[in-house]
Design a protein around this ligand. Structure first.
Ligand code: HEM
Length: 500
């Protein structure tokens, strides 16, 4: 390497800058805080352990320091709350917020402006409760039909074994039935709309592909940098927003017109856009650009909350099924009995009868493999029942492995797959409890979980009835990891028609 005296000032400046960051970011703990795990490398702290060895690293910390404890990652002290403490975080919903904690790492507000408004979350949750969950029975037939359409289109005839790649996690399959419920039957058949829904989350996360290195300085610096391309016109999401707007506008206009002409004879279609027409600026007579933008924002908030999550867990569940031949007969027999009873037309009553499938799904959700997730930010200093205090601004990560693999709830081998644990203990897949945090807990527990579980069960029922499904290795496939977060395997699944 060439060295000259001119390079000395550069070294000096780099040294001063590094020391300044070190000094500014040096953790300063208050009284009674959870113990901070000692670390060797300044600034970097535990980041590398957290990214590349989260499972073992957090398990060691938990064993030595109890629950909760704090680690130093990406320039911030982060508290890890496990089996004993996490439920307190979720119960104190006025003090801890997940929406706020994900704002910097997932800056959706830069694209969907409505997110910034204070009542957006309330409106969204109400739309799910009143517009989807309360009407779930009425959607059953449509969800079933759209899923069958997708299965025939995307998997189709497998008279010879066919490898189906799962890199997209069956997202268009899920997107088609979600689109039917959200934007109605007129436009959900359009493949451009299905594609916009299926790809929205993936394309948005492409904006976030840069690792949060700059969070070492401050999380907001990272957010500014990752959203910089949007400022210069690179917005991979815009095309999806435009697709939806183009298709949605004439449908909304026609509905307003029909209402006016038909009055009491107007038969409201069953979907979430009709819910919004009735509840967002109810007396609107014209679909202005502002109004259209607002409805599209809400629809994409629902898309981002529902499709990626549901399709990921459908994929996890299929791998769990395919890699465990010992479960095949039991689960298949249940589906055959139900199918005969309903003559291929599932009703909510028949979905309730899928008790083994529900229990299997719950187990798949419990063991999906993320070590830590669902960060919450503390709005004001908070003291847990054990006397430990976390300061305002602190991020608390939910230590899912500690909760989902606790021996008190799940016995001496909590990591083994217990397909009928839910059935034996009367814990349906959509029921939250203190040993099962896949849908969160408390006031903000996922309002879409009933819809998601229904959709996954209908999809699994149809797939198990129609195909033998196995993994290429004949065993369970290894899941992928992105830091402490688990992603479905990518080995592919082998489908073969069942003989009828
Ligand atoms: C398997 C699929 C799904 C999983 C694993 C999942 C998981 C979660 C989790 C962990 C939370 C945070 C809960 C908390 O803070 O306590 C959440 C919140 C939320 N989910 Fe889901 N979700 C799924 C499907 C859906 C669907 C289908 C929808 C919409 C139809 C949806 C809409 C929401 C909304 C709006 C929130 C925010 C609730 C609030 O903060 O009050 N989710 N979800």
């Amino acid at each position: 390497m060439h060295f000259s005296f001119e390079t000395i000032p550069t070294f000096v400046w780099v040294f001063i800058a590094t020391y300044a960051i070190y000094w500014i970011k040096k953790p300063r703990l208050g009284k009674n805080e959870p113990p901070l795990i000692p670390y060797k490398i300044p600034i970097i702290g535990h980041t590398l352990d957290y990214l590349f060895n989260a499972e073992n690293f957090l398990a060691e910390c938990r064993q030595k320091y109890g629950d909760p404890f704090s680690v130093y990652i990406f320039g911030q002290v982060t508290t890890i709350a496990g089996n004993e403490i996490a439920h307190e975080v979720y119960a104190a919903s006025d003090t801890f917020s997940m929406t706020n904690a994900t704002r910097d790492s997932f800056p959706l507000y830069r694209i969907l402006k409505s997110i910034e408004k204070p009542d957006t979350l309330k409106i969204t949750v109400k739309a799910i409760r009143d517009g989807i969950t309360a009407k779930l029975p009425a959607y059953t037939e449509r969800v079933q039909r759209t899923l069958m359409f997708s299965i025939n289109k995307e998997i189709g005839d497998c008279s010879k074994p066919k490898v189906i790649t799962t890199v997209n996690n069956f997202s268009s399959m899920v997107a088609r039935s979600v689109a039917d419920v959200l934007v109605g039957q007129e436009i959900s058949k359009d493949e451009d709309v299905v594609k916009a829904f299926a790809d929205f989350t993936k394309d948005f996360t492409a904006v976030l592909a840069i690792p949060p290195i700059l969070s070492f300085i401050h999380p907001k610096v990272h957010t500014k940098i990752i959203t910089l391309p949007l400022k210069f016109g690179w917005n991979p999401i815009l095309k999806h927003l435009n697709t939806l707007k183009k298709h949605l506008k004439p449908v909304l206009e026609k509905r307003l017109k029909d209402r006016e002409i038909l009055g009491d004879k107007y038969e409201p279609p069953l979907d979430v856009i009709e819910y919004f027409l009735n509840n967002l600026e109810k007396d609107t007579k014209v679909i202005t650009d502002d109004y259209l933008n607002k409805i599209c924002d809400f629809i994409f908030i629902l898309v981002i909350a529902s499709i990626h999550t549901t399709s990921h867990h459908t994929t996890f569940a299929l791998y769990d099924f395919a890699g465990r031949p010992e479960l095949w007969d039991d689960l298949y027999e249940e589906q055959v009995i139900i199918d005969k009873e309903c003559n291929g037309e599932l009703t909510p009553h028949h979905i309730n009868k899928m008790v083994k499938l529900d229990s299997f799904l719950r187990e798949s959700l419990r063991t999906f493999g993320s070590v830590a997730a669902n960060p919450h930010r503390c709005f004001e200093s908070y003291t847990f029942k054990n006397g430990m205090t976390v300061p305002k601004g602190r991020i608390i990560q939910t230590y899912l492995s500690d909760i989902h693999y606790n021996t008190t709830a799940y016995g001496p081998n909590p990591r083994s797959f217990l397909p009928f644990h839910g059935l034996e203990n009367n814990f349906p897949a959509s029921k939250t409890d203190r040993d099962y945090f896949v849908f969160g807990a408390g006031k903000h527990a996922c309002p879409g979980r009933f819809f998601a579980v229904n959709e996954i069960k209908i999809g699994l029922h149809k797939l198990i009835l129609n195909y033998h499904i196995r993994t290429p290795s004949g065993k369970t496939e290894k899941k992928l990891n992105y830091g402490p977060v688990a992603l479905p395997p990518v080995a592919g699944l082998i489908f073969e028609n069942r003989k009828k």
